[in-house]
Design a protein around this ligand. Structure first.
Ligand code: ADP
Ligand code: MG
Length: 243
């Protein structure tokens, strides 16, 4: 399980995260909600060590980090190897085919045998509905297809957790649906995930747990059911404005 305690992150004199303590249970999907600028991306990026909070504690099973101390390269590698980040912009390698994009990490980072990696990549492309696009280049894909390739590429690394920061906000609604369907399926297979999204219907379907951030504070941390039935007027207003 991933756990953070008393995390603080400043940008200049602006506090982006204030004394944030959270648990992200294994084999569950945690959805992070909140208005723009509330600290959602900063939180995800802190988990992946792309941002360095000034203070706080991070624990990923046996791996422990005190953010106020220097973090060793081997600890960073350990965390990065066990997690995958999927961004809003899909960041595929434009000069590689879809299949080559998916096997790149397994072959070059994990040192898997190319034949085995190719077989697994074909299975994953089937899973995201793109078996017929293996030899296409990213420029020939729609945004929704590209994001599904990015998800297949993440899964190919067999991460313990996948972090997704607004994975569909660059997509038209009809393309968004295909990506959300894939994420729902992965969630059902109990892949541990942390997803930032503004899509309330999707959040309600996919989330085991919901965290609501506002101005760097945790306004809500609980089950999806409790979130959508809360008496907290601020949250109710947010949900109805987003629905
Ligand atoms: P969200 O993802 O919820 O929209 P962010 O985590 O991106 O919010 O940002 C939280 C706050 O921190 C915002 O006020 C934002 O302007 C600020 N912020 C984020 N990244 C930086 C940065 N690199 N430099 C300065 N301020 C930043
Ligand atoms: Mg963000």
């Amino acid at each position: 399980m991933i756990k953070i305690e008393h995390l603080n992150k400043q940008f200049g004199d602006h506090a982006a995260l204030k004394d944030v303590s959270l648990e992200f249970p294994e084999h569950q999907t945690t959805v992070i909600l909140g208005p723009s600028g509330s600290g959602k991306s900063t939180l995800l990026r802190s988990l992946d060590l792309l941002e360095r909070p000034e203070s706080g504690h991070f624990a990923f099973d046996q791996t422990q980090i005190d953010y106020s101390q220097p973090i060793s390269e081997s600890t960073v590698l350990d965390v990065r190897r066990r997690t995958e980040m999927v961004f809003q912009q899909f960041n595929l390698f434009p000069h590689l085919t879809v299949l080559q994009n998916v096997i790149e990490g397994p072959v070059h980072v994990l040192k898997q045998d190319a034949a085995a990696a190719t077989k697994r990549a074909q299975e994953l492309l089937g899973k995201v509905g793109l078996a017929d696009k293996a030899d296409a280049y990213p420029s020939a894909l729609s945004g929704g297809q590209a994001q599904r390739v990015a998800i297949a590429r993440s899964l190919a690394m067999r991460p313990e957790y996948i972090f997704l920061d607004e994975p569909t906000s660059a997509l038209d609604p009809e393309l968004e649906l295909g990506v959300l369907k894939v994420l729902l399926q992965i969630a059902r297979e109990q892949q541990s995930m942390i997803i930032v999204t503004h899509n309330m219907a999707f959040a309600q379907k996919v989330a085991d747990k919901i965290v609501f951030l506002e101005n760097g504070n945790i306004e809500f941390d609980g089950s999806s059911d409790a979130f959508f039935h809360t008496d907290n007027q601020r949250i109710r207003n947010f949900v109805s404005a987003m629905t």
